[in-house]
Design a protein around this ligand. Structure first.
Ligand code: G4F
Length: 343
């Protein structure tokens, strides 16, 4: 039975991935940060908490990750562990860099030291493109990060290329564009919108407070993207791949689509920080701007070209942004007041 190690198993992607791999008969190990709280809600939601083998380790501690790899000797590693909230990286740049870059360095050095012949998937990100230079980003587009998070991920990305070329480690970097789902944490804008609009609908919240409505993202469905990263790590190819939909939606449009699904009639008025959204049916304000959600530096526009992974591994996105919003809104409606929190 092949042994798979997933760091970041408690997150959205980790849970989707663990579910897929367990159903295929793999032995799945998950890394839990030593002393950290175990956020097992997603694994419990899928009913797989008892099926994964959770190990305490710390990716930012070389000896700890070395011992873990020596014990498990995984055939396949998915490195999903990260400080992944861009806004927080401005507040905690050191911790972000430590986990997102030095953690990866520790992992690669441990593999090298133990001479493990394993495949490694590293979670790179479209945030590395930052202030984009190309209209549609490919694996060859210039990187121009706009946050400590983007820089840390870009450093880890380059490290993977160097270790692949120099030491022949079997590393693939997946440059994943934003991907969301019912299991997304509520600090991210999509899930914040769907969950808080459901609260507005149920009159337990007056309105949603948002930041930059003009930001444009290429949003895909996390379950589709997890399939892509699985394909990368179980193929003979070690390379870098963009995973995206090549479709774009602004935060404003995302809000509008979500509101319409909840039977609001959203009308936007005003400009910049004075912009509001009113429900035409009731004349109630359902969205206001709060400047605290503006980023010190913004990534305005991301749109990915997934041709390479499509032609090399046969992957393509299956769920449209509209279908994804429907899933998220339905989930939030069904689970309103049930205290299901994914953090
Ligand atoms: O949902 P977000 O916080 O995601 P962001 O910053 O794009 O990062 C996500 O995707 C990356 C891939 O490109 C990942 F690497 C990263 O780990 C994470 O998964 O924000 C999306 C956009 C931003 O432009 C932000 O300024 O929405 C804008 N926004 C507007 N109002 C808001 C809000 N973002 C958040 N979180 N909260 C708001 O109220």
């Amino acid at each position: 039975m092949k042994k798979v190690l997933i760091t970041g198993i408690f997150g959205q992607d980790g849970a989707f991935l663990a579910k897929r791999l367990l159903s295929q008969g793999f032995r799945v190990f998950g890394l839990a940060r030593r002393g950290g709280s175990i956020k097992s809600d997603r694994l419990r939601y899928f009913g797989i908490l008892d099926d994964v083998e959770i190990k305490n380790s710390e990716i930012i501690d070389f000896s700890s990750i070395l011992k873990l790899l020596e014990e498990i000797k995984p055939d396949v590693i998915f490195n999903l562990a990260a400080q992944s909230f861009v806004q927080d990286s401005f507040i905690n740049p050191w911790m972000t860099s430590n986990i997102n870059y030095f953690g990866v360095l520790n992992l690669y050095e441990a593999i090298r030291f133990l001479k493990l012949d394993c495949k490694v998937y590293q979670a790179s990100t479209s945030e590395m493109y930052g202030k984009t230079i190309d209209d549609v980003q490919t694996e060859k587009s210039p990187f121009n990060p706009q946050s400590p998070y983007g820089i840390s991920k870009l450093a880890a990305h380059h490290l993977g290329v160097i270790y692949r070329e120099t030491y022949k480690l079997k590393i693939s970097n997946g440059i994943l564009f934003n991907h969301e789902s019912e299991l997304r944490g509520r600090e991210f804008v999509t899930r914040k919108i769907t969950s808080q609009l459901v609260e507005v609908k149920n009159e337990s919240r007056d309105f949603v407070l948002l930041g930059n409505l003009n930001a444009v993202r290429d949003w895909g469905y996390a379950a589709d993207y997890v399939k892509a990263i699985e394909m990368m790590n179980f193929s003979e190819v070690n390379d870098d791949f963009v995973v995206a939909t090549n479709n774009i939606t602004s935060v404003r449009e995302f809000f509008k689509k979500s509101a319409e699904l909840l039977d609001f009639k959203p009308i936007f008025s005003g400009n910049n920080a004075e912009e509001i959204c009113t429900d035409k049916k009731t004349n109630k304000v359902i969205m206001k701007i709060d400047k605290n959600y503006y980023r010190p530096l913004e990534v305005d526009y991301l749109r990915g070209d997934y041709s390479k992974i499509n032609s090399t591994l046969g992957w393509k996105p299956e769920t449209s942004v509209d279908e994804m919003i429907e899933k998220m809104v339905s989930f939030d409606l069904e689970n309103y007041n049930k205290n299901i929190y994914f953090i």
